[in-house]
Write a protein that binds this ligand. Structure first.
Ligand code: PHE
Length: 281
């Protein structure tokens, strides 16, 4: 039985290989020179690409990733960041509340500063150098320029001798790694309740090189982040003695960076799941 099957199999194999293939080739039924059918392959979301690039740069500079939570409590999102209940600055962040008291969606990644200090600071005895990437949520009208969800990448450094020159030098270094060796930055005075002093950072427009164009609204500069020296109240709420410890913090938006880089003029493309958009990356 086995022999019979083997013989039949071999005979068939020979037939296919030598005769049928040869014949079909002759007849042109099988053109082996035709290109194969391409397989559809997925790709990384444009935000994921930018996030990974940002993470890689900060990793080179010694910043670890710390993952904080998306679902926060009111205390950590606001009060611990120097915004007690009814503080007017809370209006800067339109909040998604839940039916459960005190349970909210984080409106920015800054509450992660408090969580990182408690998780890594060993009761205010150890220095910290982390970035905190993640999704943030705001109760807003969805338009071409504003979405109800978007990423932020927070940064936090805590140490015994950290000064504003460290902040400025570190940010300038990041900008060079992200936007090229010749990228220039400028710092503008600003205000956030959880940093003092506070600043906003502009980078010289990487589209026109500072000449003025539509992307930078003919100013030559593009805003890339908010930052500042960690407020003493915030250090204290993270378990540190603010007379002995200091730190800097920053927060940037990868969607904004991606939009500027690729000339995307509508933020709604990001979470629409439209393949015509996603397949371009
Ligand atoms: N959390 C701020 C925002 O959402 C950004 C920021 C982070 C500013 C850290 C200063 C320091 O706008």
């Amino acid at each position: 039985m086995k022999e019979a099957l083997t013989t039949a199999y071999e005979a068939r194999e020979t037939l296919i290989q030598e005769q049928e293939l040869a014949r079909s080739l002759e007849e042109g039924a099988l053109d082996v020179t035709l290109p194969g059918r391409p397989r559809e392959a997925g790709g990384l979301h444009p935000s994921t690409r930018t996030l990974r690039q940002i993470q890689a740069i900060w990793a080179e500079m010694g910043f670890q990733v710390f993952r904080s939570r998306d679902v926060e409590d009111d205390y950590t999102n606001f009060t611990a960041l120097n915004m007690p209940p009814h503080h007017p600055a809370r209006d800067m962040w339109d909040t998604f509340y839940t039916t459960q008291e005190n349970v909210i969606l984080r409106t920015h990644t800054s509450p992660g500063q408090i969580r990182a200090m408690h998780a890594l600071g060993a009761k205010g005895t150890r220095p910290i150098r982390v970035i905190l990437p993640g999704m943030c949520y705001r109760y807003e009208q969805i338009t071409a320029r504003s979405e109800i969800q978007f990423h932020q990448v927070e940064g936090l450094a805590v140490g015994r001798t950290i000064t504003m020159t460290d902040l400025k030098g570190t940010i300038a270094d990041f900008a060079r790694r992200m936007y090229g060796e010749r990228a220039r930055v400028r710092f503008r005075a600003s205000h956030f309740p959880f940093t003092e002093p506070s600043m906003e950072v502009d980078v010289e427009c990487f589209i026109c090189g500072g000449e003025g164009c539509r992307v930078c609204k003919y100013s030559g500069w593009v805003e890339i982040m908010g930052c500042g020296m960690v407020h003493p109240v915030v250090l204290e709420n993270g378990g540190y003695d603010p007379t002995q410890w200091s730190g800097f913090a920053f927060g940037m938006g990868p969607e904004r960076i991606t939009m500027l880089k690729h000339g995307i003029n509508d933020i709604r493309y990001f979470w629409s799941g439209d393949l015509r958009f996603l397949e371009q990356f």
